[in-house]
Design a binder for this molecule. Structure first.
Ligand SMILES: [Ca+2]
Ligand SMILES: [Ca+2]
Ligand SMILES: [Ca+2]
Ligand SMILES: [Ca+2]
Length: 416
């Protein structure tokens, strides 16, 4: 390299003086085009590096003696013009550097045609691979995953699968899943590799109707990036797994025999822990024949008088009541009900004979028994039955009436 080299670059860089160059080359040796060695380059550089980061250097050899320094390098994107703004080439040294931070996830490979120009032009290709940085966290495929699971689902049944993708590469994009919160009773398990969510212990709609699980997706970068925005809502569906249960059994009631038809005697009630039709109860009476004097409101469980009662005919009823839910299949329970019919004074005493007659000597002594009459009262003593004394309606007569207290009542008469 002499002073001539220092003077030469302007003419080499400009296209305006080909004559001068030709003349000087001819003077030295036969012209030959430069050649790249090698003719193709592979390089790599990390993403996110600052502008000016060295990538590679290309070199062409100019057989023309002493003029290597006059080669001018240039590069142009081969397939995608976006590459041009991201790399720079030193026209003198052939050094390739970044011109801006790179993003592997937008473009992972850049290919250039490079040229070295002197009296001729050499070309080569440079393929630059962008190395991955772990600069992307995994992203879930859904904002919220929703699944519905019947409460009687078998353990280890699949619920759903969450998926998160990571735009990075290799282990930087390898996603592992875990449950962050919401799995309070440990009903759920997530496969760390696949994101498959399973039920692992029995659910009970009557205890928990819904679960909201927060899922973490974490990549395998160093350091790892994670995303805990994954939400899974598991809605538990009711199954008819509870039979109705009667409360405060056995049911016992009393009712006056003269209450009107429609009178409410007793309320029987069962509870069912299920929901909807699975807990909607229909009540029916059991062991009742035609003419049975009680009926039940199917939906409320109120037992009412359905026809007139008569304690003197039947004073005690014992029967069953059933509550059946409307699930599929339905479940039912039964209980016993007893009703005691209470007396009211609804019967008059009745003489056993319509007419009595007796013969009595006119000189009968005072106190002589004359006649015994008898009457029957079908009511109970407490409400005005047989204790009622016999008496003559006024005016008074010469006979005294002796009351009785058993049924039939015997009444005696004697002279006064
Ligand atoms: Ca990346
Ligand atoms: Ca990543
Ligand atoms: Ca039920
Ligand atoms: Ca249930």
């Amino acid at each position: 390299m002499g002073t001539g080299d220092i003077e030469d670059p302007p003419s080499a860089g400009a296209t305006g003086s080909p004559v001068t160059r030709s003349r000087s080359r001819r003077r030295r040796s036969p012209n030959a085009a430069p050649q790249f060695q090698p003719s193709s380059y592979q390089a790599s550089v990390g993403e996110n590096r600052p502008a000016g980061t060295p990538v590679t250097r290309v070199t062409a050899v100019d057989p023309d003696e002493g003029e290597a320094g006059q080669l001018r390098y240039a590069m142009a994107a081969l397939f995608d013009s976006r590459s041009d703004a991201l790399f720079a080439m030193d026209p003198v040294t052939g050094a390739v550097t970044t011109a801006a931070p790179l993003d592997r996830e937008s473009k992972s490979t850049h290919v250039f045609r490079v040229t070295a120009a002197d009296h001729g032009t050499a070309t080569a290709t440079v393929r630059i691979a962008v190395e991955d940085d772990n600069d992307n966290a995994p992203q879930f495929s859904e904002k919220r995953y929703v699944a519905q699971v019947p409460e009687d689902v078998a353990p280890n049944s699949a619920v759903l699968r969450v998926t998160a993708t990571d735009r990075d590469k290799g282990s930087n994009a390898l996603v592992h899943y875990s449950i962050v919160s919401g799995n309070t009773r440990g009903h759920f398990y997530i496969d760390a590799q696949t994101g498959a969510l399973d039920v692992v212990s029995p659910l009970d709609y009557e205890v928990s109707k819904e679960f909201t699980l927060r899922i973490r997706a974490q990549d395998g970068g160093r350091p790892p990036l994670s995303n805990i925005s994954g939400l899974v809502t598991v809605q538990v569906l009711d199954v008819n797994d509870n039979a109705p249960i009667f409360v405060s059994t056995p049911f016992q009631a009393t009712v006056l025999e003269n209450v009107p038809v429609g009178y409410s005697v007793i309320h029987v009630q069962a509870i069912d822990a299920d929901s909807g039709d699975n807990g909607r109860l229909i009540y029916t009476l059991l062991e009742t024949g035609a003419g049975f004097p009680f009926a039940i409101n199917n939906s409320t469980g109120w037992i009412m008088v359905a026809s007139e009662l008569d304690r003197e005919a039947v004073d005690f009823y014992s029967f069953g009541v059933e509550a059946q839910d409307q699930g599929n299949p339905p479940m039912a329970s039964s209980a016993s009900v007893s009703v005691t019919v209470l007396d009211v004074n609804d019967n008059s005493p009745e003489f056993t004979q319509r007419e009595y007659s007796a013969r009595l000597n006119e000189d009968a002594a005072v106190g002589t028994s004359v006649l015994t009459v008898s009457a029957i009262d079908r009511d109970m003593e407490a409400v005005g039955g047989p204790s009622t004394p016999f008496a003559f309606p006024p005016p008074a007569t010469a006979l005294e009436c002796l009351g009785g207290s058993s049924n039939p009542v015997l009444g005696g008469f004697r002279t006064l």
